[in-house]
Design a protein around this ligand. Structure first.
Ligand SMILES: Nc1ncnc2c1ncn2[C@@H]1O[C@H](COP(=O)(O)OP(=O)(O)OP(=O)(O)O)[C@@H](O)[C@H]1O
Length: 242
């Protein structure tokens, strides 16, 4: 069953065509990554799905009304406490203050951040802020999350830790995730399928099913089959840039 499907989506900024009749789908519980050259239109696609950009042509079908969106930068509000940052989507959905606080506190505790509930974003490390941003996205949608390069600004070790953390969250909570990354290893480790942008404006993306079992084991990324796939994906990315 599809949680999200885009049909014949076209979009332009003034005279610059970004999407040209794109079809894409994500099934319920699937982890799907999009990789592509800088500036090809990946974030624009997310802004169309979230409604931040107005649909111009084509159709977006969503199984649920709300999507959780984690933009490239953590985009936490510096004047709100960590707790208040995470309750924001619930306030927008008119959830009562008591319920919003209880739900957010439970998530903060689950993610080891409950002691920071009354702190401000400036008090947290980059990795912690990304976790807070993830909780805020979870509070926006129980079902589907759009994550735009959530780990790109982190150091290598924190990135690996958060990839494992995200993978476990996605599987244990049975989330449907559409994920943008520039990191081919990250896409291979986390995803069931990968869409690669090979042309601009984007017409159809190249689709790859990742041939790895769940639960994922990082060492398996070193297998001959996966290394060959990685090289193929890098070639496709080069094609998309030229
Ligand atoms: N509001 C806007 N008005 C006009 N052009 C825009 C606007 N936002 C983005 N663009 C242009 O549209 C193209 C696609 O931008 P977008 O941010 O979607 O790319 P991206 O693939 O997410 O890039 P990156 O990987 O670097 O984040 C770029 O050329 C960008 O300069």
């Amino acid at each position: 069953m599809e949680s999200l499907s885009l049909e014949q989506l076209s979009f332009r900024y003034d005279d610059k065509l970004i999407l040209d009749g794109l079809d894409l789908y994500v099934k319920k519980g699937e982890f799907v990554s999009i990789i592509g050259p800088s500036g090809c239109g990946k974030s624009t696609l997310f802004r169309l799905i979230t409604g931040l950009e107005k649909l111009q042509q084509g159709m977006i079908r969503k199984e649920y009304e709300f999507v959780g969106y984690m933009p490239q930068r953590d985009a936490l509000m510096p004047w709100r406490t960590i707790l208040k940052n995470t309750t924001l989507p619930l306030e927008c959905k008119k959830v009562s203050k008591a319920d919003a606080t209880a739900k957010s506190m439970a998530l903060l505790k689950q993610f080891g951040l409950d002691h920071y509930a009354n702190n401000y974003p400036r008090d947290l490390s980059g990795g912690m802020k990304q976790r807070v941003s993830f909780i805020r996205a979870l509070n926006a949608s129980e079902d589907i999350l759009l994550l735009d390069e959530p780990f790109s600004a982190l150091d290598a070790l924190t990135k690996i830790e958060l990839q494992d953390w995200l993978y476990n969250q996605a599987k244990s909570l049975n989330k449907t995730i559409l994920f943008i990354t520039h990191d081919v290893d990250e896409a291979l480790y986390l995803s069931d399928r990968i869409y690669t942008v090979t042309e601009t404006p984007i017409q159809q993306m190249h689709e790859t099913v990742v041939p790895l079992e769940h639960p994922r084991i990082r060492e398996n990324l070193g297998s001959e089959e996966i290394q060959k796939l990685k090289i193929d994906l890098l070639h496709l990315l080069q094609k998309g840039r030229s």
